[in-house]
Design a protein around this ligand. Structure first.
Ligand code: LLP
Length: 420
């Protein structure tokens, strides 16, 4: 009997009772590479990227993937080949971006605490622009550019004071957040910057938060940026780029965010026929659904209050459930007809907050089962740590029915590298 059950998540389905990602049986990967393991789908990544490109077709634009969401070199190379730029936030990310072959003139640099060294490196590389987050940072960039005999291309990051209605730990565009420059202050700062020969004002940027599932917040932010753009242009300030940040949410559970195409179309309608290159900085919406984490059940135990399932992956591999109470769907690799059991899915780390799921109904898990933790492509591996001396997992890229290791599992040797 052939059973193919299509799931709600792209490229994932049960075929003959076995969970497949694209055309690869996931249990095969768990056997070949062990667990925990991150598995990525090239197809999902490319489809998401193309959705942005298609929606922006016909107007000057650049999709700068926010590589903090997942910086694996193989994924960056795929996106670079498709024409993507990158949004970076550190010297380390600049290094990684260059290693992946992304041209400097497609790189923009955000972040509230850029060091002098990072600024120098970015100026020397010749990046497209800095997204400047404070008046002080602006003057430091000008000084360093002057010293290097260069002109720094800059956008000011506006803090539009908009509540994006997302988890409070991932809002970035409210007055209480450290990000960006107050709307009231930004206009005068633009005029100062425009007069400074060491600076070239080229853009306006805002990023208001992450996992945003309604249209209103981006809509409002875009309107505010357009109003600022019009005002500055009327005063003779040249603005070539309008960067609307990232932040589009994805479905983890029952959220219903707009599709990428509709989301972008909305913003394009607001920008209208203004002559400006539109930059988007998506992270999660490109890679979130492109990754799953495989983890093995090591033990199960119950008391009169809870059923615990102890896994070989935890907060060191996927920290989102621990710090944002994030929901990640969990599926067994092999379909089975065991009765559903209400369980807490726990990691191996010596912290009570080390959890992958609480109060979840799963077909009764047993020692040795491998579970797939879905929607783990964004802010998964990149937020992993070595706490409790756990080596970080391997990463595997699937293309159709083929797969390859794109990052080896860390070893015990890796854990002590550089120590004496
Ligand atoms: N641009 C800037 C300046 C950003 O700071 C971010 C994300 C993005 C773009 C991409 O946002 P996205 O499209 O991925 O929403 N660790 C958290 C998310 C932190 C997001 C930080 N900034 C999580 O796991 O939910």
């Amino acid at each position: 009997m052939t059973t193919i059950e299509a799931l709600r998540w792209p490229a994932l389905e049960y075929r003959w009772g076995e969970l497949h990602f694209e055309d690869v049986r996931l249990s095969q990967l768990a056997e070949a590479c062990g667990t925990p393991a991150y598995i990525y789908s090239r197809r999902v990544l490319c489809d998401n990227y193309r959705a942005y490109e298609q929606a922006l077709e016909g107007r000057p634009h650049l999709v700068c993937y926010a590589m903090k969401a997942n910086g694996n070199l193989a994924l960056l190379r795929i996106l670079a080949e498709l024409g993507a730029g990158l949004d970076i936030v550190s010297g380390g990310e600049l290094y990684r971006a260059r290693r992946a072959g992304v041209p400097a003139d497609r790189i923009i640099f955000s972040g509230v605490s850029k060091t002098d060294r990072e600024i120098e490196e970015a100026l020397t590389a010749g990046i497209l622009m800095f997204n400047v987050e404070s008046a002080q940072e602006l003057s430091v960039i000008a000084d360093i550019a002057g010293r290097l005999g260069k002109v720094a291309r800059i956008a000011l990051r506006v803090n539009p004071d908009i509540d994006p209605g997302t988890h409070p730990k991932i809002t970035t565009g409210m007055k209480t957040n450290k990000f960006g420059i107050d709307v009231a202050e930004v206009h005068d700062l633009y005029l100062d910057a425009a007069r400074d020969p060491r600076l070239s004002v080229v853009g306006i940027q805002a990023h208001i938060g992450s996992q945003i599932t309604s249209r209103r917040p981006h809509h409002d932010a875009c309107e505010r940026l357009c109003a600022l753009l019009d005002k500055l242009r009327a005063e003779g300030v040249v603005i070539r780029y309008l960067s609307l940040g990232g932040g589009l949410g994805i479905t983890y559970h029952d959220e219903q965010p707009p599709e990428i195409g509709a989301f972008v179309a909305d913003l394009c309608a607001i920008v209208g026929d203004r002559d400006v290159t539109l930059i988007m900085e998506p992270g999660r919406s490109l890679v979130g659904h492109a990754g799953v984490l495989l983890s093995r059940v090591l033990y199960t135990k119950s008391n009169d209050c809870k059923n615990f399932v102890m896994m070989d992956a935890g907060m060191t591999d996927l920290i989102r459930p621990s710090i944002y109470d994030a929901y990640h769907p969990i599926l067994p690799l092999r379909e089975n007809n065991r009765p559903p059991q209400l369980v807490d899915v726990e990691g191996p780390i010596c912290e009570s907050t080390d959890v992958l799921a609480r109060n979840r109904h799963l077909p009764q898990p047993r020692r040795g089962d491998v579970l797939a933790i879905l929607c783990a492509g964004a802010y998964g591996f990149c937020m992993a740590s070595n706490y409790n001396d756990h080596p970080r997992p391997c990463e595997i890229l699937i293309e159709g029915d083929r797969w390859r290791l794109v990052r080896a599992r860390e070893t015990y040797e890796d854990l002590v590298r550089g120590e004496e």
